[in-house]
Design a protein. Structure first.
Length: 446
């Protein structure tokens, strides 16, 4: 007996989701009422229309609206005619027909939601086809195919959930702000637990790009581990840590060391005493119950990070903090490294805004610091790109005097200089620092 397998394409011979009546109702409403487009411009774009002539008409109306011009038949016809598009959309009779078929513009809001819904469904179908083709790309690494498939899927979600910011949203935002002020609600800040630092920057603010920069051995990764611990274990928030520098095992040892207070080098070298096991077991249990996620992908792209953050949101509901270790390890090392890092920094800032989360990006400093008598870093020392300084909302510069002067009175002290603070003060916070366990503690006061 011969068994046959017939591939079936569920989309074959089927008309894509669309609603022509809704599209015509929107365009007719815009022709009758020039104010109608203001109500839907933030949620509806030309490509969301199924009929190409409808896309062109809506694009014309959008352009006129942006120029504060009416969207009546005459204005639209003139605009289209000037660009040799009038006959392509069906001539003046098409515009007249749209207006005559529409009673009023009262329903354009609901019709816009219908057209948007159909568009997203068409995008789902298109994305499914693209993902199917990826499965046949056997010459491409499987992981790359999976990442591209994830990117395509999450791109649909970004389109359907995207919020357009504009003047029409200001009133609602002001009401919300007034309500928060009236109730005395705290601003959406994630405390660092370091009193002097929080006194300067208030805490880690959602949508901020916080760059923490230092020379090697100044404690960049350690402070990243500390802040991730504060967010994940103290504040009980989901945290994503992108480690481009060290592998997952090494970074996990840093976290276990931080929680257990056992030297991370002993964990890495497996030099563990019997008396250590209780603390290690407790640390492992505590970390396992947290919502800390580690991605040790080498040279992660902005797209890769976006996919991982989307995945975290879908699983955990939100993100409390993102940490990247470190900026200069991203990119292809192109000849124009300054421009490349500029784009990477802007990409990190965009992720902070998109996911409404504080984004900590660790960064190197130039070697020129070592040639100065006073080796405390400056903003100008940020390696390869002044654009990092421009894009960042907060820049923290790390310095340990004992690294350069063994006889310093400031042994075990880490200076955290707030070199830039878009929404607050600058200054220097000093904390106790134990690099062996990624430990940061407040200095005793008084």
């Amino acid at each position: 007996m011969t068994l046959s397998y017939e591939r079936q394409n569920p989309t074959e011979f089927r008309l894509p989701p669309q609603n022509i009546d809704a599209e015509e109702g929107i365009l007719g409403g815009i022709l009758l009422d020039s104010h109608a487009i203001a109500r839907i411009a933030s949620i509806l774009t030309p490509e969301m229309f199924y009929i190409s002539s409808h896309q062109t008409i809506y694009q014309a109306a959008s352009t006129l609206y942006q120029q504060n011009k009416p969207t009546d038949i005459k204005q639209l016809a003139d605009w289209l005619s000037d660009r040799q598009l009038l006959e392509k959309i069906g001539g003046l009779s098409k515009l007249v027909q749209l207006a005559e078929r529409t009673v009023s513009a009262v329903n354009v809001d609901g019709l816009a939601q219908i057209v948007r819904d159909k568009y997203v469904r068409r995008e789902i179908i298109s994305t499914g086809s693209q993902i199917s083709l990826l499965g046949y790309e056997t010459a491409t690494e499987l992981e790359q195919c999976q990442q591209e498939a994830e990117r395509l899927v999450y791109a649909i979600g970004a389109k359907s959930a995207r919020k357009q910011e504009g003047a029409n949203l200001v009133a609602d935002a002001l009401v919300e702000l007034y309500s928060q002020l009236e109730k005395g609600e705290e601003p959406p800040l994630l405390p660092t637990g370091l009193y002097d630092l929080d006194a300067l920057i208030g805490g880690l603010r959602s949508q901020d790009l916080i760059v923490i920069a230092g020379r090697p051995s100044m404690g960049k990764t350690q402070i990243g581990v500390y802040l991730a611990h504060q967010a994940a274990l103290v504040q009980k928030r989901p945290v994503v840590f992108f480690s481009a520098e060290m592998g997952q095992e090494k970074l996990l040892c840093r976290f276990v060391a931080h929680v257990s207070r056992i030297d991370s080098s002993r964990l890495l070298d497996r030099k563990i005493d019997d008396s250590d096991w209780g603390a290690i077991a407790q640390a492992v249990g505590t970390l396992s119950q947290s919502q800390l996620r580690i991605d040790a992908t080498t040279n992660p792209t902005i797209t890769h990070m976006r996919c991982q953050l989307q995945k975290t949101v879908s699983e955990a509901g939100s993100i409390g903090l993102v940490v990247l270790d470190y900026l200069q390890l991203l990119g292809n090392g192109t000849a124009n490294r300054v421009q490349e890092l500029d784009e990477i920094a802007k990409g990190c800032k965009a992720l902070a805004k998109e996911f409404d989360v504080p984004f900590i990006a660790l960064s190197q400093l130039n070697r020129g610091v070592e040639n100065r008598t006073n080796k405390r870093p400056l903003l100008s020392d940020l390696r390869d790109s002044g654009a990092i300084e421009q894009t960042a909302d907060v820049v923290l510069l790390l310095y340990r005097d004992e690294y350069y002067h063994v006889d310093t009175p400031d042994r075990a002290v880490l200076e955290i200089a707030v070199g830039k603070n878009r929404d607050g003060e600058t200054g220097v916070a000093k904390v106790l620092f134990d690099p062996k366990v990624s430990g940061l503690r407040n200095l005793a006061r008084g």
